[in-house]
Design a protein around this ligand. Structure first.
Ligand SMILES: O=C(O)CCC(=O)C(=O)O
Length: 192
């Protein structure tokens, strides 16, 4: 495993957390066993389907909503608990929920946003695991959109967002016209 501090006190990137064999197994099994759906969100006053598949697992009674959408949690599976334990070890923090995203190809994406919903509290710690095809993860400063950075999130990696990262930056996974494979992403969160 390799650890890199990308932004001091805000963004830490662990690569080779899982070998490619283990990552492939998690990828296949999550793809098949997670109850994937296509959420609708409110955008500019209109209901719009998100450009990817999603699912939400959490402790009972945990409620979370984003972009006007209230998410109903499903109960943890043994596999998600395994992944949660590793995410907790790397971030030194305990989580009570995970939001999963399934990017089926280059047309699937995640628009610019910060994970700054009030249920996450101030300076939330979020651990993000990637399995499958690497995609670009873009950052831009909230007070200066021209100040951008990017990294490629690799198969078997974990990105930990912490401190005032959400307050200071927005992030996105842009669409791409390149031929890309499928990617799964799990963001472990603590809902207060
Ligand atoms: O797929 C990713 O790496 C990003 C996920 C993300 O931004 C989110 O769930 O808020």
């Amino acid at each position: 495993m390799n650890k890199r501090v990308l932004i001091e006190d805000k963004l830490i990137y662990f690569t080779d957390v899982y070998s490619s064999d283990v990552s492939r197994e998690y990828f296949q099994s999550l793809k098949e066993t997670i109850e994937w759906g296509r959420d609708e969100i409110m955008m500019f006053g209109k209901r719009t389907k998100v450009p990817r598949l999603t699912s939400w697992y959490a402790d009972p009674n945990v409620k979370y909503s984003y972009s006007g959408l209230e998410l109903i949690p499903r109960p943890w599976t043994p596999e998600l608990i395994e992944l949660k334990s590793l995410a907790e070890k790397l971030s030194n923090h305990s989580f009570n929920s995970v939001l999963l995203n399934y990017y089926r190809g280059g047309a699937d994406s995640m628009g610019w946003h910060s994970d700054d919903e009030k249920e996450l509290g101030t300076n939330p710690i979020i651990a993000s695991i990637t399995f499958g095809y690497p995609r670009r993860f873009l950052l831009r400063e909230r007070t200066d959109f021209n100040n951008k950075k990017e990294i490629e999130l690799e198969d078997g990696s974990v990105l930990v967002m912490r401190g005032d990262f959400q307050e200071t930056y927005q992030h996105s996974i842009p669409k791409t016209a390149k031929k890309v494979g499928e990617r799964l992403n799990l963001t472990f969160r603590t809902i207060r």
